[in-house]
Ligand binder design. Structure first.
Ligand code: SF4
Length: 337
C-alpha cells in the first residue's frame, strides 16, 4: 500500500458560481482569478510529478475552489480530458470540489466516465438559517439530496463545513458533523470563517453586524468537530484555510481566526486536555517525566511553540517526549524518575 497521499491542486475560481457567498472571494483565497488553460494544467502536473515519488505516494489531481460542476459540461470535459493522460504517469485518481446545488445525473455521469473518484461538496452547514444568512442559495434538503446522489453513484463523498458562519452556533456545527456522518461522508474539511477583504462579510463586519470567532474559540470548536469525526472514522483532511500568499501576509484578511498552523493548534489543544490530568498528580510534582507517544504525535504532544511542554515544565523538573512504535493514536505511557 502506498504510504502517502498527495494532491496536485488545480484551482478553478468562482467564475461558475451563480451566487456570491457572503464570505467568499476566491481570488484572494486561492490567489488565482481565471480558469487555467489546458497548457497551464499540463505544465503544473508535470512540475509536480518531478517532485513526487509516485511509487510511494498515491497521487490525485484535485480540481479545487469554485464550482466545478457549475461549468458548462463541455468545459468540464476539456479539463478532465487534459488530466486523463497522466493516469499512465502514476496519477491514481481525480477529485473535484463543487456546490451541492450543481449535482445532477448528467454531470455525475460525466465525472464517472472520466474516473473521478471523489466529490467534495461545499456544504458549509446543514442548518437552513445559517445557509440563508450566508447566501448560499440552497437549503439543507438540497444539500442532503446531493450527498445521497454522490454516494449512490459510487463516488467518495467529501464534506466541507464551516465554523462561525452568521447565525451558527457550536450546536449547529455539531449537528452538521452529525448529518455528515449519517450521510456516510468519507472525509471532511473544517474551515473556520475568516473575514476576507472585498466580501459581503467585510461589509457586515464593518457595520458591526457580524463578529468572527476568536482564534481560541475556533480552535475549541474545531477540536470538538475533529474528535467527533474521528469517533466516526471520518478523516478530517483539512483544518483551516489553505495559507495563500495574501492570507499569510495579512493583506487579504480583515479579521477572524486565520492561522497558518491552524491544524497544529487544534492538535495541540487536544493533547493539552489529555495531559492536563497529569498536573493533578500532586505527589509527582518536581519529578522527572518521560512521555512515550506514537511517533506521529510527538510534535503535537509538545504543542504549538512547545506550549504543552512548557505547561508540563512548570510542574515537573524535566519533561521528555519520546516516540514509541508500540503506541498509536492518542495513547501515551509515562515514566517517572
Ligand atoms: S460557491 Fe464556493 S467559490 Fe462560489 S462564491 Fe460560494 S464559496 Fe465562493
Amino acid at each position: 500500500m502506498k504510504q502517502k497521499h498527495f494532491n496536485i491542486p488545480i484551482f478553478i475560481p468562482e467564475l461558475a458560481c451563480p451566487f456570491q457567498c457572503i464570505f467568499c472571494n476566491q481570488k484572494k483565497i486561492t490567489g488565482q482569478a481565471s480558469i487555467p488553460s489546458e497548457k497551464e494544467i499540463t505544465n503544473l502536473i508535470e512540475k509536480y510529478l518531478k517532485t513526487i515519488d509516485t511509487q510511494k505516494s498515491a497521487v490525485e489531481i484535485a480540481f479545487f475552489g469554485g464550482n466545478f460542476t457549475g461549468l458548462p459540461l463541455a468545459k468540464q470535459e476539456t479539463l478532465l480530458k487534459a488530466v486523463t493522460p497522466y493516469f499512465h504517469s502514476g496519477i491514481s485518481g481525480i477529485r473535484i470540489s463543487t456546490r451541492p446545488d450543481f449535482i445532477n445525473k448528467n454531470n455525475l455521469s460525466l465525472l464517472k466516465s472520466y474516473s473521478v473518484q471523489t466529490i467534495e461538496l461545499g456544504i458549509q452547514s446543514f442548518d437552513d438559517e445559517v445557509l440563508e444568512k450566508s447566501k448560499r442559495g440552497y437549503d439543507s434538503k438540497k444539500a442532503v439530496s446531493a450527498c445521497r446522489m454522490v454516494k449512490k453513484m459510487g463516488f467518495n463523498l467529501g464534506i466541507q463545513m464551516m465554523s462561525g458562519l452568521p447565525g451558527s452556533t457550536l450546536e449547529k456545527e455539531m449537528e452538521t458533523a452529525f448529518y455528515a456522518s449519517r450521510l456516510q461522508a468519507d472525509m471532511a474539511r473544517i474551515y473556520p470563517v475568516v473575514v476576507i477583504r472585498d466580501t459581503v462579510l467585510e461589509k457586515l463586519f464593518d457595520e458591526k453586524k457580524y463578529l468572527p470567532l476568536s482564534l481560541n474559540e475556533a480552535v475549541k470548536r474545531s477540536c470538538l468537530l475533529l474528535q467527533y469525526f474521528e469517533s466516526k472514522n471520518i478523516p478530517v483532511i483539512r483544518l483551516g484555510l489553505h495559507p495563500s500568499e495574501g492570507l499569510l501576509s495579512g493583506r487579504d484578511i480583515v479579521s477572524g481566526p486565520f492561522h497558518p498552523s491552524f491544524r497544529e493548534l487544534v492538535y495541540s489543544e487536544i493533547w493539552k486536555s489529555i495531559l492536563s490530568p497529569l498536573l493533578e498528580e500532586r505527589e509527582k510534582k518536581s519529578k522527572k517525566l518521560t512521555l512515550r507517544v506514537s511517533p506521529s504525535e510527538v510534535n503535537y504532544v509538545s504543542g504549538y511553540d512547545s506550549c504543552n511542554k512548557i505547561m508540563l515544565l512548570n510542574f515537573f523538573s524535566r519533561v521528555r517526549i519520546l516516540p514509541s512504535e508500540k503506541l498509536n493514536g492518542r495513547y501515551y505511557e509515562t515514566e517517572w524518575s
